[in-house]
Design a protein around this ligand. Structure first.
Ligand SMILES: C[S@@+](CC[C@H](N)C(=O)[O-])C[C@H]1O[C@@H](n2cnc3c(N)ncnc32)[C@H](O)[C@@H]1O
Length: 205
C-alpha cells in the first residue's frame, strides 16, 4: 500500500500524526475503530502504540497487506455498530458525509471519545473552493455543501453521496455539543480549513 496520503506534503503529514498520537496518548490503551481508514496509516500508528485496532473503509484497496495486528474490514460507516470501542478515530471522513449521516454517526458514537479530523466551512482559502456552495442552513446547522469528486476514480472520496456537508466551526461545536461532547481543538490547524478535534463525552452526559 502505502505511500499513501494522497500527495499530502510532509509537514502536513507530520502534523497529522503528531495530533493523532498526542490525542490518542491521552487515553489508556484499549480498543479503537478507525473509520474511513483508507491507506491505514493511522490504524497502524494506533497498533504501534499497543491498541487493538479495527479499520473500516468502504473501499479496501489501499489497505496494507503486511499489517496483521489490525482487523481490516470493508464496510460502510453509516451501518457500523460503534458500541464497545474505547476510542473512535474519524479522520478525513466526516466531511465526506451528508449532514444527516454526520448526525447519525454522532448519535451512534455518543458516549465514546472521538478523535475527529475534518474540514470546516470558514473564510480561509481552500483549493476546493469551487466545489463548495454558499452557506446553507439545514436542521439548524450552517455550513457549505461540498460537491464530491468522481467516486469511480477518486478513492479518498465519499461513498454513494454526491454532496457532503462542511459545518462552520461553531456549528461543528454545536453538533458535537448536542450529542454530549466537549471539544478540544488542535492548533495550529494543519490546513486553513482543517484540524483535529478531540471530542470528549461530557462528564454529566
Ligand atoms: C480522505 S480519505 C481519509 C483516509 C485516512 N483516514 C486519512 O485521514 O488520511 C476518506 C476515506 O473515507 C472512506 N469513506 C468515504 N465514505 C465512506 C463510508 N460511507 N463508509 C466507509 N468509508 C468511507 C473513503 O473510501 C476513503 O478511504
Amino acid at each position: 500500500m502505502a505511500t499513501a496520503q494522497g500527495g499530502a506534503d510532509e509537514s502536513t503529514r507530520s502534523l497529522r500524526f503528531t495530533w493523532f498520537n498526542q490525542m490518542l496518548g491521552r487515553f489508556p490503551v484499549g480498543s479503537l475503530i478507525d473509520l474511513g481508514s483508507g491507506h491505514g496509516m493511522f490504524a497502524r500508528a494506533a497498533a504501534d502504540a499497543g491498541w487493538r485496532v479495527t479499520a473500516l473503509d468502504a473501499r479496501g484497496d489501499r489497505y496494507p497487506d503486511d499489517e496483521p495486528r489490525v482487523e481490516w474490514k470493508v464496510g460502510d460507516v453509516r451501518d457500523v455498530d460503534l458500541r464497545g470501542f474505547d476510542v473512535i478515530a474519524c479522520l478525513g471522513l466526516f466531511y465526506h458525509l451528508t449532514l444527516d449521516d454526520q448526525l447519525d454517526l454522532l448519535a451512534r458514537a455518543s458516549g465514546t471519545p472521538i478523535i475527529l479530523d475534518t474540514h470546516v466551512a470558514n473564510d480561509r482559502p481552500v483549493p476546493m473552493k469551487r466545489s463548495l456552495s454558499e452557506l446553507v442552513t439545514l436542521q439548524g446547522y450552517t455550513g457549505k455543501l461540498y460537491r464530491e469528486p468522481d467516486q469511480a476514480t477518486n478513492s479518498p472520496a465519499s461513498f454513494g453521496n454526491d454532496h457532503s456537508f462542511w459545518p462552520r466551526t461553531r456549528d461543528l461545536y454545536m453538533m458535537l455539543g448536542a450529542h454530549g461532547y466537549d471539544v478540544l481543538t488542535a492548533t495550529p490547524w494543519y490546513l486553513p480549513s482543517r484540524t483535529f478535534f478531540l471530542c470528549l463525552p461530557q462528564l454529566d452526559g
